[in-house]
Design a protein around this ligand. Sequence first.
Ligand SMILES: Cc1ncc(COP(=O)(O)O)c(C=O)c1O
Length: 387
Amino acid sequence: MKYDFTTVANRRNIGAAKWALMLEKNPNAEKDVVPFSVADMEFYNAPELMNGLAEYVKQPIYGYTDATDAYYNAVVDYMKKYHSWEIEKEWICPTNGVVGALNDLVRVLTKPNDGIVIMRPVYYPFSSAITRNNRRLINVPLINNNEKYEIDFEAFDQATKPEEVKMFILCSPHNPIGRVWTKEELQKLGDICIKNDIIIISDEIHFDFIMDKHEHTVMSTLSEEIANRTIVCTAPSKTFNLGGVKVSNIIISNPEYREKYMEVTNFLNTFAYKTCEIVYTECREWFEALMDVLHENKKLVEDFIAEHLPMIKVYPLEGTYLMWLDCRALGLSNEELENLMLKNDLYLDEGYLFGEEGSGFERWNIACPKQELLAGLERFKTAIETL
Ligand SMILES: Cc1ncc(COP(=O)(O)O)c(C=O)c1O
């Protein structure tokens, strides 16, 4: 293979957040153990990116930098080519991270005490973006029918009806439960938001990680009317493993929302602009090779658990590289489950972090070399066998 997806990187003590978290929980974590929590990947970056940045670093001056035409064209072309989404250069708001953007959007587009809807279990910074900014969190839990998760449209309609409810934060594809919402599901949500006059923040940061036959639809492509009330949060950071670069593009076609947002947003640094431009124009081949590895890893987890741990239910991974495992059949409390994992050198994201609906679940990041994933699965089996 042209790219290296097998070398295991040692990211201890270099500031890697996922590794620091592991060592904080257990300073004596075994030497060869890789954590499976925070959503970045244990794969080396695309060589095209490393080479491109190495060239860029040779520039003699790192002065204040604006987005160039080459930058905007890279984003516009990527959205068109890979997401069938025609955007204007003016709609692109380069921003140093989606989580910061969510907080800023909440502050500029709603008022204190306004209601904001989310569907738990969901990426936990959605909740803090609402509560830390003194808005009212309204949860419309997803329906877990034990096969897959579905949206409770009736409850969503009721929740978004009151005048003081102003916004909905959608996760699409949905972290942590791995659904890729269908066009029909998104259309239904969009129609309700139009009817009840709700602004939609659609966090589509995982939009490139689409498994098997599933298809991702960008919320704003559904209709002009939906686009006009939707802000789409995109980023090259998950796709190309750039969490530490802090680079995202918030796409806002509505000029009123855009103007408000642009007054508060933090733009990019000179290296982040260049990074986005390089990955969107030169690194897609790397990404496609990566997807083959992720499909294999997904199957490895499914097959291993089906064979050795049939009491654990693996939810179908339609999108993202984060698998959602139902461990409720073990009959453990959240604390007991977490301790069992830690005792066996397993560093996962505990389901309850994503809301109480996630109690008894584990989120497992499978973006790592296969041998590490297999070693983790063996520890998982040992852990459960000790019960
Ligand atoms: C749904 C979702 N949104 C946002 C982020 C983080 O975005 P950023 O690093 O750009 O703040 C993550 C990271 O895991 C995520 O899963």
